[in-house]
Design a protein around this ligand. Structure first.
Ligand SMILES: Nc1ncnc2c1ncn2[C@@H]1O[C@H](COP(=O)(O)OP(=O)(O)OP(=O)(O)O)[C@@H](O)[C@H]1O
Ligand SMILES: [Mg+2]
Length: 277
């Protein structure tokens, strides 16, 4: 069973520290949910796990089954079993949806074990129908002109085909209508039966009506500040985040950077000066 272990992870983008000490362990078969106000570092955590080149890890570690993930290239991470369904999947004109998935699948197999076209089409068609997707999507360019909900479903299609051991779903529920949410939820739940470790990033408890979670974490200021059971998410759903901020003495939950602080200071000095005149 896979174990993804994140310890005291710090990461920067363009010189600004966004992640400030994230620790989290996800085992195969477990589902963790991360919530948190906007701009607190949730998607950044997902990007850093997958190896997005814009983010620089400055401290801490990520291992998958004891292997150093931070030493792996992006494609190696995917081959090792990590998967990310992005909050805003990119459009890739010129590459068809089915070619993209086939290339990604073949990249995970050795030279002698490459997938036959027949096998690929059969499992692809099965996944398309299980996700109740329209039949022309495979032949269209990756995400180009896809509706918001189609893009999200397409991320799950890739996940079904790639069969990761650890999957991160970043706001998979946003943009899905109620029926689509159920379809996606059923498909993800089915994969959970195969020892999949899941990290769900979401703003709403509703997602957990479709995909049950074991643990809920709250992210603020670039780190996990609180963890609990599903009741924690229920409480946030009805009461918001203020009580957590009060409890922990957090004034601003966002990832505040030195630059921001400087700007705020300069701004208030300028206002003071103007007032004094
Ligand atoms: N590539 C980048 N360049 C500049 N700033 C970035 C970059 N990536 C993230 N940030 C900043 O880091 C902070 C955290 O962003 P992130 O996308 O991780 O937030 P989030 O918790 O996922 O928020 P949301 O709930 O709105 O999706 C934001 O202030 C964002 O602007
Ligand atoms: Mg986000």
């Amino acid at each position: 069973m896979a174990i993804l272990k994140i310890e005291n992870l710090h990461a920067k983008v363009e010189g600004k520290e966004i992640l400030k000490g994230v620790s989290l362990t996800i085992k195969g078969g477990e589902t963790h949910a991360i919530m948190g106000p906007n701009g607190t570092g949730k998607s950044t955590l997902a990007s850093v796990i997958m190896g997005h080149p814009r983010y620089e890890v400055t401290e801490g570690s990520i291992t998958l089954d004891g292997e150093d993930v931070l030493e792996m290239e992006v494609d190696e991470r995917a081959r090792a079993g990590l998967f990310l369904a992005m909050q805003s999947p990119a459009e890739v004109p010129g590459v068809t949806n089915s070619d993209f998935i086939k290339t990604a699948m073949n990249a995970r197999l050795d030279e002698d074990n490459k997938l036959s076209l027949f096998k690929f089409i059969r499992s692809y068609d099965k996944a398309v129908s299980e996700l109740k997707m329209s039949e022309d999507l495979p032949h269209r360019y990756l995400n180009e002109g896809f509706s918001g909900g189609e893009k999200k479903r397409n991320e799950i299609l890739q996940m079904k085909m790639l069969k990761p051991s650890i999957a991160i779903l970043d706001e998979i529920d946003s943009g899905l209508d109620v029926d689509a949410l159920k379809v996606v939820g059923d498909n993800v739940t089915e994969m959970k039966g195969q020892d999949l470790g899941l990290l769900l990033i979401t703003h709403y408890q509703r997602l957990l009506d479709y995909i049950s979670a074991d643990t809920v974490h709250v992210m603020m200021q670039g780190r996990i500040v609180k963890s609990g059971g599903v009741e924690l998410m229920k409480k946030i759903d009805t009461e918001g985040y203020e009580w957590i901020k009060d409890e922990l003495g957090i004034e601003d939950e966002r990832v505040i950077t030195e630059e921001d602080e400087e700007r705020i200071m300069l701004g208030s000095c300028a206002t003071k000066e103007a007032l004094e005149k």
